[in-house]
Design a protein around this ligand. Sequence first.
Ligand code: ADP
Ligand code: MG
Length: 269
Amino acid sequence: MNVPMTTALKGAEKLKLKQSFNPQRSVQEKIRLNAAWGAIQPIDLDLAHLEKHRIVGHLAGSESLAFDMLRTRLLQQMRDQGWRRVAITSPTAQCGKSTVALNLALSLQREPETRTILLEMDLRRPSLCAMLGASQGSDLAPFLTGESPFEDSSVRVGENLAIAASRTPVAGSAKIIGSSYLPLALSALEDAYAPDLMIFDTPPMLLTHDVMTLAKHVDCVLLVAGADVTTPKQIDQCERDIAGQAQMLGVILNKCRHQGPGYGYGTYD
Ligand SMILES: Nc1ncnc2c1ncn2[C@@H]1O[C@H](COP(=O)(O)OP(=O)(O)O)[C@@H](O)[C@H]1O
Ligand SMILES: [Mg+2]
């Protein structure tokens, strides 16, 4: 069959990208990765606590359908592009970034072939520990500054989800996020744990410079809009600001009051 050169090349490139997303690993590499993930402290999920905080991603049923759909589309898009790092942000505070990030991470955890790391980069207003309700420690900042290994800064859900959050607001967070060490720490994380996906739960875009600094270190961005608080103008501004730094994947409309029986999440495109 005569395949046009451009099509053949595109096919080959795609194959290469897909292989790099889920590479064939040697037995030694698999053993090394299992040991690295095994060294992260496991936590048990407190189901009643999660429910109170609108966390449903761990449930394999209709409750988590919106997040499972988001997961599938995100994985597909990121695999196709050979991307690994996605930031979740919003124009202003309280739109639901952390809720979406944790639900998405827990939905990804139910994909046994996929390893995910969730990093709480909103160091000023951390909330993931409170949402998780885990009593075990997780303290991301010392890892980001090179003072602690990742296994001491994170907790593990199942075999394949690591969550690195902060219990209290971190002093000097802008300095940590702007530090030249940060990209090295992120690369070291990828080398050590080979995550298929790294989710960055970030501060609101229009209130700090942190997201623009972080945008240099991620492949793509998902914007969470709060149905009653976010304006189209704010969304436009975020899209303009991100352009050139990272790919804007889409906007999630959260806190929809007239959503019917679903969870209250709207579109993702
Ligand atoms: N779909 C939703 N419907 C109603 N309340 C929500 C929804 N998503 C999040 N919330 C609530 O809104 C508040 C802010 O959510 P959070 O995820 O911490 O926002 P952010 O990280 O953007 O500041 C929390 O109390 C959370 O439980
Ligand atoms: Mg948050």
